[in-house]
Design a protein around this ligand. Structure first.
Ligand SMILES: [Zn+2]
Length: 430
């Protein structure tokens, strides 16, 4: 790991590359894309073939399946899929994450789509990533002496590499007992707290119960969809003016929140194409303009993002996003009264349930054409009636059949990524 490389990236992201106009963003992206395609033609057999007779816009879309199928020909460091996979699995089993493939790090992405993904990162990319993350997260005006607490489900060498003398990091295992984690967190007194919303909820409860009294300078939600209701509770309990988000996945570091709490796409390094779902919502297709070991080119993410209509008042020209709403595959499908399937975005369902009462934790799973299984931590007449009223109201507003609702008990499982709204039936989005 090269401290110099990290610092250079930190400085570039934080101070040298303000990108205050849309034109500056476009110009930078065009320049990086040109250079990237030149590199891919030279070093990636897969892209060399594709680019022989077509332009960037005509390249086929990529997803995890395509990436795994063409892994050997696609990567530019001569890595073999089976060997990399074996190593990544061994790392995951031992939970040590120290074996590397040559100079490169490998890891597994769990994801929610069922396919197991493999990612590969070079030392330079890792340093750039560390520099970027620090530049995007450290509070303005005070850079040194931070204590950063990270709660991670699957740590990997990428995160493990973030160590420096100027900042201290401590890793907390989400598989470990949470009461013990909270006690250690209280002792560590983090200035910056980074965790999935399901873990932040537990810490927020501890704060309300008096078991955690630290007020971090910044709190980041990562790795799971942040529901509005959760955001509000966490923010209040941890006494934060803003709850920040990092949109980071194995496909890249894609977005961050600014000082105003607005999500901005990291367009200084990633090109976003938009596949529209409705007037505001879209599925991002991303091209990481700087990631070379394992190219991410026109990668369709399958997440639902909602664009912000107006420009952010922070002055950044990076596209502003209202919400990261969830997985496209978790868009529920209600049965229209006139026939046909009506998409109900996960966020729309979550918003409807904001008004239901008598419970704290919930999970909605569509299990059949017109059936929802709803898990609540408190199942009684009041919570049941309230939830059914909101679901019926939503169905009526959308001119849909009212779905049958089956109630079950809510179980908390830290080993699984929390998705509050899930479609476990049918395929595609209709
Ligand atoms: Zn902003």
């Amino acid at each position: 790991m090269s401290t110099l490389r990290i610092l250079r990236e930190f400085a570039a992201v934080r101070w040298l590359r303000p990108l205050r106009s849309r034109r500056a963003v476009d110009r930078r992206q065009r320049r990086l894309l040109k250079r990237h395609l030149r590199f891919l033609r030279r070093r990636s057999p897969y892209f060399r073939d594709l680019l022989a007779d077509r332009t960037f816009d005509a390249l086929p879309l990529m997803d995890k399946r395509v990436m795994m199928a063409h892994f050997d020909a696609m990567n530019t460091v001569g890595a073999r899929r089976d060997e990399a996979l074996e190593l990544a699995i061994a790392n995951e089993r031992s939970r040590e994450f120290d074996a590397d493939l040559g100079a490169n790090s490998v890891g597994l992405s769990s994801g929610t789509s069922g396919h197991r993904g493999l990612f590969l990162v070079s030392p330079a990319e890792r340093d750039a990533w560390v520099g970027t993350v620090l530049a995007r997260t450290l509070p303005r005006g005070n850079l040194l002496g931070h204590r950063i607490a990270l709660f991670l489900r699957a740590d990997n060498t990428l995160y493990e590499s973030v160590r420096s003398r100027a900042v201290s990091f401590r890793y907390f295992d989400v598989y470990a007992d949470m009461a013990g984690n909270v006690a250690r967190l209280q002792q560590y007194r983090p200035t910056i707290l980074v965790a999935p919303p399901s873990v932040l909820r537990v810490i927020a409860e501890a704060a309300q119960a008096g078991a955690f009294d630290v007020v971090p300078q910044k709190v980041y939600s990562v790795a799971e969809v942040l529901e509005l209701a959760d955001a509000d509770r966490i923010r209040k309990a941890l006494r934060q003016p803003v709850l920040h988000q990092l949109y980071q996945c194995t496909e890249g570091f894609l977005a961050h929140t600014c000082e105003h709490g607005v999500i901005h796409l990291n367009e200084d390094a990633v090109l976003f194409e938009r596949e529209p779902l409705d007037a505001e919502r879209f599925v991002p297709i991303v091209t990481d303009l700087r990631r070379r070991a394992q190219p991410i080119v026109r990668y369709r993410l399958g997440d639902v993002l909602r664009a912000k209509a107006e420009r952010c008042s922070c002055g950044s020209a990076l596209a502003a996003i209202d919400r990261i709403e969830g997985r496209e595959g978790d868009t529920l499908l209600f049965r229209g009264r006139e026939g046909g399937a009506v998409p109900v975005f996960a966020d729309v369902m979550a918003r409807a349930l904001l008004f239901a009462e008598g419970f704290d934790e919930y999970r909605v799973v569509q299990t059949a054409a017109s059936r929802l299984e709803i898990a609540l931590d408190v199942v009684n007449d009041r919570s049941r009636r309230s939830v059914v009223a909101e679901v019926d109201g939503l169905a009526d507003r959308l001119d849909c059949e009212r779905p049958e609702v089956v109630f079950v008990r809510y179980e908390r499982d830290p080993a699984v990524k929390l998705r509050r709204v899930v479609r476990d039936w049918g395929s595609g989005t209709g």
